[in-house]
Design a protein around this ligand. Structure first.
Ligand code: URA
Length: 203
């Protein structure tokens, strides 16, 4: 990426993303869901892709996974308004089942195509720390497949030296049936966010 391709503002970037045809996902989605937050954010949080609610609202993390994310941020003492919150993939991928639109995980080609936009968001915001929530986000950040377990609990770095805190995706917590384990995983997720926030403010 050259300096000329770095957008002037999150709004300018969102306008460019709205015209994206880099992969087929734009065809069925309602709209693009750009990253959201101040261009001066020190912490950038990357999720997977917009869900049904996000696709309709045009904003990231406003549905069920967003509620889990917001609650974890509150517990960690992190104001969401200070974060740049985005996704590895900017259009909702789904399968229709009657009236419902069921989430489908984006494939590697879609994540890699959308890395173009994630890289521009990173170039614009230049966050001190990145949080990658889930394996899709990790692929978006690193451009290759890596497991959460290989990265979790330590501070890893991107090629440009930005620290990355890898953690679970909040929707994973929604799928844990057993309350004790769900609480354990929730606490670990909150800890990861807390560590990232501390690093972003001091690093
Ligand atoms: N899940 C994500 O990864 N991102 C969203 O914006 C919503 C749900």
């Amino acid at each position: 990426m050259t300096a000329e391709t770095i957008p002037a503002s999150p709004e300018a970037l969102a306008r460019a993303e709205a015209g994206c045809t880099r992969c087929p996902l734009y065809r069925n989605a309602t709209q693009v869901v750009p990253g959201e937050g101040p261009a001066t954010a020190r912490l950038m949080v990357v999720g997977e892709q917009p869900g049904d609610r996000e696709d309709l609202a045009g904003r990231p993390f406003v549905g069920p996974a967003g509620r889990i994310f917001d609650a974890a941020l509150e517990q960690a003492g992190i104001p969401r308004k200070d974060l740049f919150v985005t996704n590895a993939v900017k259009h909702f991928k789904f399968a229709r089942r009657g009236k419902r639109r069921l989430h489908q995980r984006p494939n590697a080609g879609e994540v890699d195509a959308c890395k173009w936009w994630l890289d521009q968001e990173r170039a614009l915001v230049r966050p001190a720390v990145l949080v990658a929530m889930g394996t899709t986000a990790i692929r978006g950040v690193y451009g290759k497949a890596m497991t959460i377990t290989s990265l979790r609990g330590k501070t890893a770095y991107t090629d440009d030296g930005t620290p990355v805190i890898a953690t679970i995706h909040p929707s994973y917590l929604l799928r844990i049936p057993e309350a004790g384990r769900r609480q354990q995983e929730t606490d670990a997720f909150i800890n990861d966010l807390r560590r990232a926030w501390r690093l972003a403010r001091t690093g």
